[in-house]
Design a protein around this ligand. Structure first.
Ligand code: UT7
Length: 326
């Protein structure tokens, strides 16, 4: 049985952090950030706003767009690098707030997490174990960014995206997923405790070798896309949209060149949100849908990479008739 996406929902915090704001916080310039990353602003969660809060809003948005009842959800797979607690999982917290049932668990594959989650949910739905699953990517990365490190603080932002998935009603749906991991690249991006302060232990901070990750990213986006297409038996020429992880506009451009596809095939909405890690693919997909770039029957590739190192790609045919309006 094929699994299809019924609707995509999103939620971003109200707070906006612009490049001009960052100029006042760290030695950088708005021009550098725009030219080197494509980012103009990012959203920033309030101190009392956690990954669960963003996830619940995104999930409710997806369910309401699908015209489905939260309490009928029978699986929640949630991806985050910034859970509100080690346990209970964010997924269990979301389940409680939606009055949903069935298994609910978090997965951790950094920026590739949404694709890992989609692949897991695809297998639950494909085997008949779930009929209304939520896959959620949610991040409050600005809580683990060192705002004195210009190599990372200009890049990351907060947000959440969610999809409702279930059995396909018209033969369209997820055609393939490929996932990969190479632990040897673990020290290229990682989170470690910050230096202790007089107030107590340092809070966790992201460390990244941006240049090396950049090189890996441009290669893996193209490679994972081609592998997933081959597995699905779909030709690159038949793909109308590629929704890549939004890490850097230049990475997206380089991947398009490497694949030999027109720039307009790639979705790029990094300007407004920065790199929201596992939330970036559903945030970009939602925007593409809103812009009328997705039609029933279209072949779409979702592709990402991140810490681990990890990567993933899913090829899907967009559901038509049976799907509720997005
Ligand atoms: O989603 C998780 C995966 N993460 C990524 O995919 C991130 C991938 N990497 C990147 O997006 C880019 O590497 C960055 C945006 C992080 C950095 O851009 P870059 O063009 O690779 O810069 P760089 O690290 O090669 O540094 C070039 C110069 C350096 O100065 P010198 O040594 O040439 O004098 C840096 O010190 O730019 C300097 N620099 C900055 N200058 C102003 C680095 N960050 C900044 C900054 N503002 N924020």
């Amino acid at each position: 049985m094929l699994t299809s996406i019924k609707a995509v929902g999103t939620h971003v915090p109200q707070g906006v952090l612009t490049n001009a704001d960052l100029e006042r916080m760290v030695e950088t310039s708005a021009t550098w950030i725009r030219e080197r990353t494509g980012i103009l602003e990012r959203r920033i969660a309030a101190p009392n706003e956690g990954a669960t809060d963003l996830a619940v809003m995104a999930a409710e948005d997806a369910l309401s767009r699908a015209g489905l009842r939260p309490q009928d959800t029978d699986l929640i797979v949630l991806s985050t690098s910034t859970p509100d607690s080690t346990f209970p999982s964010c997924a269990a917290r979301v389940q409680e707030r939606l009055s949903a049932r069935g298994p609910a668990f978090d997965i951790q594959a950094a920026c590739s997490g949404f694709l890992y989650g989609l692949s897991v949910a695809d297998q639950f739905v494909g085997s008949g174990e779930a009929r209304q699953a939520l896959v959620i990517g949610t991040e409050t990365l600005t809580k683990i960014v060192n705002f004195k490190d210009r190599g990372t603080c200009v890049v990351f932002g907060d947000g959440a995206g969610a999809v409702v998935v279930g059995p396909s009603s018209d033969g369209a749906g997820i055609r393939s997923c490929v996932l990969g991991s190479d632990g040897q690249g673990g020290d290229l991006i990682y989170v470690a405790p910050g230096a202790p302060t007089p107030e107590g232990p340092g809070r966790p901070e992201i460390h990244m070798d941006g240049r090396k990750v950049f090189r890996f990213a441009t290669e893996i986006l193209a490679q994972a896309t081609l592998e997933a297409l081959e597995k699905a038996g779909v030709a690159l020429e038949d793909v109308s949209l590629i929704v890549p992880h939004q890490a850097n506009a230049r990475i997206i451009e380089a991947a398009a060149k490497r694949l030999g596809v027109a720039p307009e095939v790639m979705v790029n909405n990094i300007a407004q949100y920065g790199n929201t890690s596992t939330a970036s693919i559903p945030l970009a997909l939602r925007e593409a849908i809103d812009a009328g770039r997705v039609a029933a029957g279209d072949f779409i590739v979702l592709v990402g990479f991140g810490a681990g190192l990890t990567w993933g790609a899913c090829v899907l045919q967009w559901e038509g008739g049976g799907a509720a309006p997005n």
